[in-house]
Design a protein around this ligand. Structure first.
Ligand code: SF4
Length: 312
């Protein structure tokens, strides 16, 4: 089984997406309290060859040489188990993908390394960049996103502003609201001013949809997001749940059936399913979301852990 390619999986924002994981689990510049992948042991900001390029290249070439699902993709997404721009081979991977496929390439990033000119340069040929920005104030950045020591909130915002000036593709900026952290009137006003400077093509308002690294990472109410929407301007939207009817992918359906069968026997956490079925955690989480939206499973919180079980 491939270790750096996952899916295709249905994505809430990108349709049917092939994930390319550019860093090992879990290598990130941040340690967000809501992270669905769990805790980052030590946030890092140094770029390196975190994944052997030769192995990535083999897996990518194999997928596109033999996989008829390659024709059905809406996006190839650079993402996965942490922050993909940490991988210094990013430009080689992009070049390889563009040689092998005409599918648009998206980058799912926390945006923290766009303060580096070379990182901005490396993403110029991508079709879509989806950075996140949850806070402006430095203090909140440290409590909500818990970054590597060298990262500064204002430098990250400046990097996003510079990216907008240099990059002509689409930028969809996600802001994730976490109750009691970045939902104060003062912080919201700072975020509105930051988005005016960054000028993304879309501003996607979101909230915690499943328990993350810390139990205190709680969702804001849907009415809170609706009330905020007009304040962020016409580019803003609330991220809608993935449209299940678009998912005609057989592998996903098969995996969903296997997950359902496992949950019928006993409630499991996403980690239990990951280990039992040999899947990537992001893949498990996306399929659990689909099953929840279809009402086939529900979530239960027990001693800081989130379990899933079937509804009947
Ligand atoms: S940036 Fe993403 S992967 Fe990294 S800790 Fe935050 S939510 Fe998790």
């Amino acid at each position: 089984m491939a270790s750096y390619i996952f899916g295709p999986v249905p994505s809430r924002r990108l349709g049917l997406s092939l994930g390319i994981d550019l860093v090992p689990f879990k290598t990130c510049t941040l340690d967000c309290i809501y992270c669905e992948l769990g805790k980052t042991a030590t946030p890092v900001s140094k770029r390196a060859a975190y994944v052997p390029f030769s192995q990535l290249e083999d897996e990518i070439r194999n997928f596109f040489a033999s996989n008829e699902r390659a024709q059905q993709l809406d996006f190839i997404t650079l993402s996965g188990s942490g922050e993909p721009t940490l991988n210094q081979d990013l430009p080689r991977v992009v070049k390889l993908l563009q040689q092998l496929s005409k599918t648009p390439i998206a980058l799912l990033t926390n945006g923290t390394l766009f303060s580096l000119p070379e990182v901005r340069q490396e993403v110029l040929t991508l079709d879509l960049i989806l950075p996140s920005l949850d806070v402006v104030s430095e203090e909140l950045f440290r409590t909500l996103n818990r970054p590597a020591a060298t990262l500064k909130s204002q430098e990250i915002i400046d990097g996003l502003v510079a990216l907008r000036l240099e990059y002509s593709g689409q930028i969809w900026l996600e802001i994730l609201f976490c109750k009691g952290f970045n939902d104060s009137p003062a912080e919201i006003e700072r975020l509105i001013q930051a988005t005016k400077a960054i000028k993304p093509d879309k501003i996607q308002l979101n909230t915690v949809v499943r328990p993350g690294a810390l139990a205190q990472a709680q969702a804001v109410e849907p009415s809170f997001l609706s009330a905020l929407l007009p304040r962020f301007g016409p580019e803003a939207e609330i991220i809608a749940p993935f449209n299940i009817s678009r998912d005609h992918n057989k592998t996903t359906e098969q995996t969903a059936k296997t997950i359902l069968a496992t949950l019928k026997r006993r409630p499991c956490t996403a980690d239990d399913l990951k280990h039992a079925l040999g899947l990537k955690k992001v893949e498990v989480i996306k399929i659990l979301d689909l099953l929840r939206e279809k009402g086939e499973i529900k979530m239960l919180q027990h001693s800081d852990k989130c379990y899933y079980q079937t509804t009947n």
